[in-house]
Design a protein around this ligand. Sequence first.
Ligand code: ADP
Ligand code: MG
Length: 679
Amino acid sequence: MLKKELQIFTFGDLLNHFPFRHLDRTQIQVIGQINPSMDHVQVRGILISMEVLGERRGRRLVAQLRDRTGIIELTWFQGIQWVQKSLALGNEYLVFGKLGFFLGKPQLNHPEIESVKDNANAGKNFLEPVYSVTEKLKARGLNGRAWSKLTQQLFMVLGEKEISEILPQQIIQAEQFISRWQAFLYIHFPTSQQLRDEAIRRLKFEEFFIAQLRLGLLRSARHRFSKGHVFSKVGDNFNTFFHQHLAFPLTGAQKRVLKELRQDTSTGKQMNRLLQGDVGSGKTIVALMLMLIAVDNGFQACIMAPTEILAKQHADNFTAMLSPMGMEVVLLTGSVKSAEKKKILQSIESGKVSIVVGTHALIEETVKFQNLGLAVIDEQHKFGVAQRAKLWQKNSIPPHMLVMTATPIPRTLAMTAYGDLDYSVIDELPPGRTPILTVHRLDDARPQVMDFIKSEIALGRQIYFIFPLIEESEKLQYEDLMQGFENVKAWFPEPKYWISMVHGRMTAEQKNVNMSRFINKETQIMLGTTVIEVGVNVPNATVMVIESAEKFGLSQLHQLRGRVGRGSEKSYCILLSGSQVGRDAKDRLSIMCSTNDGFKIAEKDLELRGPGDIQGTRQSGTLDFKLADLVQDKLLLEKSKQYAEQIFVSDPDIKKQENSSLKEFLQVEKGFTTWGKIS
Ligand code: ADP
Ligand code: MG
């Protein structure tokens, strides 16, 4: 039953069911000083009265306890007879319970009470653990208190030896950690707040440290055992492109990353690399150049984007750059007509085309490559892990994988969330970009905002207007959107102004037409939902207006803002909201106004939201720590990472005697299936 109710089935699991808090029973409060800020109180005094009051359901036993400073009322609604029998007026008692107030007077309902006479050293010298138990267990008589007893008994039989040390001595000494046994003892039954804190610190570290070791082992197993294609040379395609068609010099960061990718793909092991870079940092060109290297080595390469708009943009962009070199690019999306599709599939399977751009359509089973050597995933956060895995299977030797994301996450977190991937970052924007000026305006400033936009359009610039999706009701969402569009149209009437529009209810064809007109400057304004959130690149657009900006999350706002500031002109992001905005939303808006740095924003986002839904990491389980918190315990996380790295440097297989208990622990721990491959 325990097993089913709490998923507890061994001593070890009992041990690992930590109390969610402790009640401080080291202190005895003076009744006269009890105040409403206290939560639980422990008092000691003489029982001076006791009587049963009320009828039926209101029936209760009310007693009074007095110390030298005052009187507190004790009340029982159940077990009245039993309590009454076990207490005696004039005796001294130690009482503990949750504090309540009735008519301004302190009282304790159903307190614990024990006679001081019976128990010479009454007054407990530890912090009392409080455990969560399910209703079902409670119904069977196993409440938190009983649970505590069970755990206490466990510690009577468990000696130091049964909870043996796993951390290397050197770490324990350097960090002055208490022993593992002590840590478990004190997280359940601490004798002081300080010991409890020590126990928690040590156990949190352990959680992080073990996680880091596991990820490290996974990574090194992959490095050593996953066979991959060898891109041994840089050939004509790359060189011609680099020397004759690349329109700008690469930034230092782009060069460095390209080198890392070159290194990865030449070793004979499969590459699995995460490439992070803020919006506009120029990830696409790096991916394209690696794709060219794949082709130079006789392989095909594909790039998968999350939306048709983005896939089309990549395809157009690649075609413009590569067709002068006589290279063909195909675009495969869900909306390609079947006759056309058949032709494309055929050209992919026969190896006639080398560079393939697409959406999810690429992972369908009908898509067969002749020899896929590299798969790039753009905007990883829009895809699930399973979809990533599907691309692997497109070849007998899995292709190298380059996973790109423009929703930066702090590095330590990235290492934890994507620990199975290697990590590169483009931490530099191409030169000549002027920072985007971001402002927050209330709805009633709309006339000024519209005037400003008109002045930008007069300068030949283009504008985005983004409206939020309202998730509760699709119909409402659509109507709101249309209303919003109408409002904007009223400010910008034809034929002076032309407007493009993109939203989720349009067909891919309609979206394409609207997008193309905007790209070709036939329209000055693009109205849309977050459909255009990712990747869209129109350097002539200089103003991003976000309607109801308070409804967007931080990383989404940052993504949207990244649609402007892509050319050399000064760009603006205007966040519109009503005057009634919640506190969190206000925080988000002011963060947006204060920085353009995606990594800083990611850091803030993490603080505000927690790591909960960072890029689908929830499913991966790597971020599920029991005690540790990725945000609050950042320093411990960093430390654990450094120690784990030291271990990998000095003992890559974790084979040395000094790490033997650690290795044993890693092997025994359930759920770590990949270990088998490593040892
Ligand atoms: P993201 O990293 O957000 O995907 P893109 O790859 O779309 O960014 O690049 C944004 C813009 O910057 C594109 O117009 C691209 O051509 C341009 N760009 C990329 N690298 C450089 C560079 N080194 N110098 C100048 N412009 C660059
Ligand atoms: Mg991009």
